[in-house]
Design a protein around this ligand. Structure first.
Ligand code: MN
Length: 740
């Protein structure tokens, strides 16, 4: 009697297995050829036989599981024959006598490789007590050779989650938390939204069963209210869509249980405040050339009836999300005073949103196989992104799907599309020119970064502005977008023109003084003399003190109302090397040599005997063979030079340019103690940001003497540095010394 019962049981099971198998074949609509069907049949037969004595925890035949995984892979992810074969065989190597070698012999290298990957994931991820992102990433990367491994693994995980009921509580918790930590984000990044949602809901069901149950129950109870609301909300829109002969479908799904749960948790509000926040989706059946305009026409109809919130318009059609998501979202006010999100998209866009890239490539040109390969390659690219740290890996599993563009989020979550290599400054200008102009810094993912740093896809960028900020010349090195470049150049030009006006006035006064005609021709001659582009440049440089208008008098002479550079005359008369060259200089009695002036026509050197720096009283001394040497007026050699060679002395003064650093020597003496040298150099280089050229310390009987050569801007800078050093504990004397 029990024997018969068992037989009947087996017979029913056999029929059930076959029914499920046939159901799989129907779902495998990509596997059309006889060869495809033959391969699937072969895999099914081998798996069926290999698992024949095995049962799942539920008591069901084990083969139900591989069939279900293959079914998910085919129908819900849209994979083809190879994947179906692999899904059917995915547990054979790990759990049965079949070896990888057998698989390769029967199905070839490709299938064997995928099965190998799935077996390894199972060993590392599923068997280990605690999952580590590092391991997961390594495995994924080694298997990135064939991304189908990951997609089949997702199908496997989804079926395990659907059948988690019969597992031990411990196992349930482990699998459910792994799912929420790894697999749901993975599905999300790959654009498999439906699978992602289901994985999240199922995880919640096991990690927080009470909350899950509560939300489920409340959703059931409020079902009819919601349906009524949606129906009355949609009625006028439907009528309008019909009138305009749209072919469409309306979906009014509530949010997933998990997303309701998330909202309750993050906003700390009860179910009642979030349950009726739902999206209504209008899916248009439009030919591809009309889908964009159709979506906007439908938008127009919707907003004929309901007032849209202008801040909540999202146009993912003109700028699709990186993972391929396209849709038009608007949030409108319903008659009952509730905001309702309306999503408008074409059938194609809807399929991409539900199934991810597999659907996307379906609509592209090329053979089925090529398109699929291209898709797999894209996913492989994401997985191989070498920049990601192990722990950031899941997070970095972002939107790197398009190679030459990056997607950046504003703090509010809006998306901006920029060319790869764009910086925070590019982003600032992309938001608005004024934001760019006043940008002083940027936070990327809440961390301050330099404006010059290239952004990565998925970064959330906040621009910090201040009214005082103005565009700087070096900004041009930080930006790559033409929008930013043009804006910066414009601003710099405006600024330059403003400053140039001052220079023009200075020149005008000088011209009046010299009784020269203030003509454009003459401006151009001077500009040319200084190798400048145009008079504007000349005015600008005079205004910022790069060119001294006071030099003009001896640099040019007037001939028939036109200026001629004197150097042309001089070079004619002194073309033979004249050892008494300095006589020319001597003739310019009231000439002042401006040190630090790049445009200056005279060669000069700072004398190493006294190391003058800006702020020091100085004079120039014309040497026979070495140009002009600059000495301090209190230089030990000065008295002798001035008394014996007064005719070779030129007046000199410093320009007020801060960008030039001059070498000066500091002598420090004090009590030698541990760490004092370190403290001194710390103050110089870190605190005051002064560069040192050399440093030497001697210590005798507990007293040290340090000699430091530093680069400073002027005497003030040096005095500041010395007084800082004087207050160091242990330091007795700080003096400037001249000779190095
Ligand atoms: Mn499995």
């Amino acid at each position: 009697m029990p024997h018969t019962a068992k037989n009947i049981n087996l017979e029913i099971e056999k029929q059930e297995i076959l029914r499920r198998y046939k159901c799989l074949l129907r779902a495998a609509h990509k596997s059309k050829t006889a060869k495809d069907k033959q391969l699937i049949r072969k895999a099914f037969d081998i798996a069926l036989n290999a698992h024949k004595d095995m049962r799942r925890k539920t008591g069901e035949p084990y083969i139900y599981h591989p069939i279900a995984v293959a079914h998910i892979a085919a129908e819900e992810i849209g994979l083809g024959t190879t994947s179906i074969v692999c899904a059917l065989l995915h547990d054979t190597v790990e759990d049965t006598d079949i070896t990888l070698h057998d698989i390769e012999r029967m199905f070839g290298k490709k299938v064997a490789k995928i099965i190998d990957g799935l077996t390894k994931i199972s060993e590392v991820v599923d068997q280990s007590a605690s999952i580590q992102a590092e391991n997961f990433r390594k495995i994924l990367l080694t298997l990135a050779d064939d991304v189908r491994v990951i997609l089949i693994k997702l199908a496997d995980r989804l079926h395990n989650m659907r059948t988690l009921e019969s597992m031990h509580r411990n196992k349930q918790l482990k699998i459910a938390s792994e799912t929420i930590y790894l697999y749901a984000p993975l599905a999300h990044r790959l654009g498999l939204y439906t699978i992602k949602s289901e994985l999240e809901d199922l995880s919640l069901k096991y990690t927080d069963p009470e909350v899950y149950e509560e939300i489920t129950q409340k959703l059931k109870k409020t079902q009819s209210v919601r349906t009524r609301f949606i129906n009355s909300f949609m009625a006028p829109i439907q009528r309008a869509l019909d009138q305009h002969h749209f072919k469409y479908e309306i979906k009014g799904r509530p949010k997933s249980i998990f997303s309701i749960y998330n909202k309750m948790k993050s906003k700390n509000v009860p179910f009642e405040e979030v349950y009726d926040v739902f999206a209504i989706r209008i899916v248009l059946d439009s030919p591809s050339e009309l889908e964009k305009s159709d979506c906007w026409r439908a938008y127009s109809l919707v907003t004929d009836f309901y007032q849209p919130n202008p801040d909540r318009l999202r146009d993912w059609i003109s700028t699709p999300k990186g993972n391929g998501y396209e849709s038009l979202h608007t949030t409108v006010m319903s008659p009952t005073g509730k905001w309702v999100e309306v999503q408008i998209r074409s059938k194609r866009m809807d399929e991409i949103a539900e199934k991810g890239f597999a659907a996307h490539w379906k609509y592209k040109e090329g053979s089925e196989e090529n398109r699929f390969d291209a898709w797999l390659n894209k996913i492989r690219d994401i997985l191989e992104n070498p920049e990601s740290d192990a722990l950031d890996f899941i997070d970095d599993f972002k939107l790197n799907l398009f190679a030459d563009e990056i997607f950046i989020f504003t703090p509010k979550g809006d998306l901006k599309n920029l060319p790869k290599g764009s910086t925070a400054l590019d982003f600032a200008f992309d938001i608005h020119t004024q934001v760019g102009y006043h940008c002083i810094g940027a936070k990327v993912n809440n961390k301050l970064i330099p404006l010059s740093e290239p952004l990565k896809s998925g970064d959330q960028v906040e621009i910090i502005t201040t009214k005082k900020q103005k565009p700087k010349e070096d900004w041009l090195n930080y930006v790559i977008t033409s929008k930013a470049k043009v804006a910066i150049k414009n601003a710099l030009n405006e600024e330059k023109k403003k400053i140039a006006l001052e220079g023009k006035e200075i020149i005008q006064r000088k011209f009046e003084h010299l009784k020269w005609p203030f003509t454009n021709t003459n401006h151009t001659i001077i500009a040319k003399y200084y190798s400048l582009k145009d008079p504007l440049d000349l005015f600008y440089r005079v205004a910022i003190n790069k060119i001294e208008a006071s030099h003009f008098g001896h640099l040019f002479t007037l001939e028939k109302n036109k200026l001629i550079p004197t150097s042309q005359i001089v070079s004619k008369t002194t073309s033979q090397a004249n050892p008494e060259n300095y006589v020319d200089l001597k003739s310019r009695k009231d000439e002042t040599l401006v040190i630090g002036e790049t445009m200056d026509t005279f060669e000069y050197k700072l004398s190493p005997c006294c190391n003058p720096i800006p702020g020091d009283e100085v004079f120039g001394f014309i040497t026979i063979s070495d140009g002009i040497k600059i000495h301090k007026t209190n230089c030990p050699n000065a008295v002798q030079l001035m008394s014996n060679y007064a005719y070779r002395i030129v007046k000199a003064r410093w320009t007020n340019q801060e960008s030039i650093a001059f070498l000066a020597g500091i002598k420090v003496t004090g009590i030698d103690k541990v760490g004092i040298v370190n403290e001194i150099t710390q103050i110089i280089s870190s605190e005051l940001n002064v560069n040192m050229r050399s440093i030497s310390f001697d210590s005798i009987d507990g007293i040290f003497e340090g000699k430091i050569m530093v680069f400073v801007h002027d005497t003030n800078h040096l005095i500041q540095l010395c007084s800082k050093l004087k207050i160091v504990d242990g330091v007795i004397h700080v003096t400037r010394f001249d000779s190095n």
